[in-house]
Design a binder for this molecule. Sequence first.
Ligand code: ASP
Ligand code: MG
Length: 434
Amino acid sequence: MIKVLKFGGTSVGSAENMKKVASIIKYEGSHITVLSAMSGTTDSLVKIGNLAKEKNTAKINEVIGQLREKYSTCINSLLASPANAIAKMENTFGLINDFVNNYKEGKSERGILAQGELLTSFIFTEYLKESGEEAVLLNAPDFMITDNDSKIKKEVLNNRLTALTKQDGIYYITQGFICTNNDGEIDNLGRGGSDYSAALMGEALCADEVQIWTDIDGMHNNDPRYVEKTVPIRHMSFDEAAELAYFGAKILHPATIQPCKDHGIPVRLKNTMDPDAEGTLIANGEASSDFCAVAAKDNITVIRIYSARMLMAYGFLRKVFEIFENHRTSIDMITTSEVAVSLTIDDDSNLDKIIKELESLGTIEIERNNTIICVVGRVDHQQAGMTARVFNSLYTIPVKMISYGASHRSIVVLIDTDHKIQALKNLNVGLFNL
Ligand code: ASP
Ligand code: MG
C-alpha cells in the first residue's frame, strides 16, 4: 500500500508538532512525506522578497532575525545533535542574502520563497534519522519540473520519482510547493501549493491514498473562521471537494483533487493535533444525499456588459469569452439576459486590458468587493424546494447573481462581501440546523 502524506505549516510548526508528525508517518507507513514550511515562514519570505526590491537591508535583517529565533528554537528542542541543522539554517540565510544582494526581479523572490520548505524538510529528516529511522531527503525541484505553461511535466515526474523511491522501509521526505521552472530556475506552484504537490506525487506513484494533514478535523460544512458551530463532513465526492476547495474552503488547494480524481486515488483529510479523529474521506461514489457544505470566495469582481447588439444575435458570447481567453483570465459565474451579460472573475490583474477590448462590444460596468457563496451537495433539479431552502436562508441578504442548474452539485450566489459572514451564518442555520 503506497501512501503519500502531506503535512501543512502548523503540523510542522514547532518541535513538538514535528514529533507528532514523525509518529504519524510511522503509524501510517508513509511512503513519501511531503512537507510545507513551518507556519508563518512563507509569509516572512514574501516580506523579504518585497524588501529586497526596495533594498531595505535593515528590515530584511530584522525578519531574518525572527526566522533565526523561530528555527533555532525548534532545532534546539528537537535535536540532540543540532549542529547540522543549525549549519543548514545559517546556510539558508546566506542564500537568502545572496538573492537579496544580486537582486533580479522575480527570480530572487522565487528563490527566497523556496527556502522555507527546503529548511523545514531538512530539519525534520535530521530528526527522523536521529530517532533511528532510515530517512532520505529528496529535493523536489529535481523531479517537480514545469513546462512553459507552468504545468508539471508528468512523465518526467513519474520516471524520476519512481526511480528515486524504489526501496521499501525507507521514509522518503520531500518539499511541497517548490519546483524547477522551464528556465531551469527554482519556482513554486503558488501559495498553498503543497497539497497539489502531494496529489501530483500520489498520481506519479499510483498511490493507494493521499493524506493531507492539517490542524483541523477534516473539511467542515462551513467556514469555522466565521461561523461558530461547524461539523466535519465524513465522506464526500471528488467533485464536491473540488467545488468547495475552488470556492474558498481553505483546507485544500483547489488543484489538488483533479490528479487524484483522474486515477481514483482517495484523499483523506486528517488532523495532526488529533490523529484519532476521523477526518474526511474524499473518494469516488461518496456523494452526499443533500446539501453538505457552504464555502465563500472573496475578492470577486463583476463585469457587466450591456449591448443592444446582443438582441437576437448569435456569436456574441464567443466574442466576449475570446477576450478573457486572450488575457488568460478565467470566468467563475455568468448570467445573461437579452441585452446584458454579467460575469465574475477573481484574478483582475489584466482587467484594464480586458475592459478596453470589451468596450468595443458594449457599455461596461465593474463592481468590486464581492463574494461568491457556494452551496455544495446533491442538488436534485427534480426536487421542489431546494432553491427555496437556500434563498429562505438568505432572505435578509441582497443577492446580486445566481448560478443554478449548471451541475447537480452546487448552487452559487454572488453577494457584497459586507454580507458574507451573515450569509454563512444564516445558511448554517437554514440548511444544516446548526
Ligand atoms: N508554504 C507555502 C505557503 O505557505 C506552501 C504551502 O504551505 O502549501 O503557501
Ligand atoms: Mg495549505
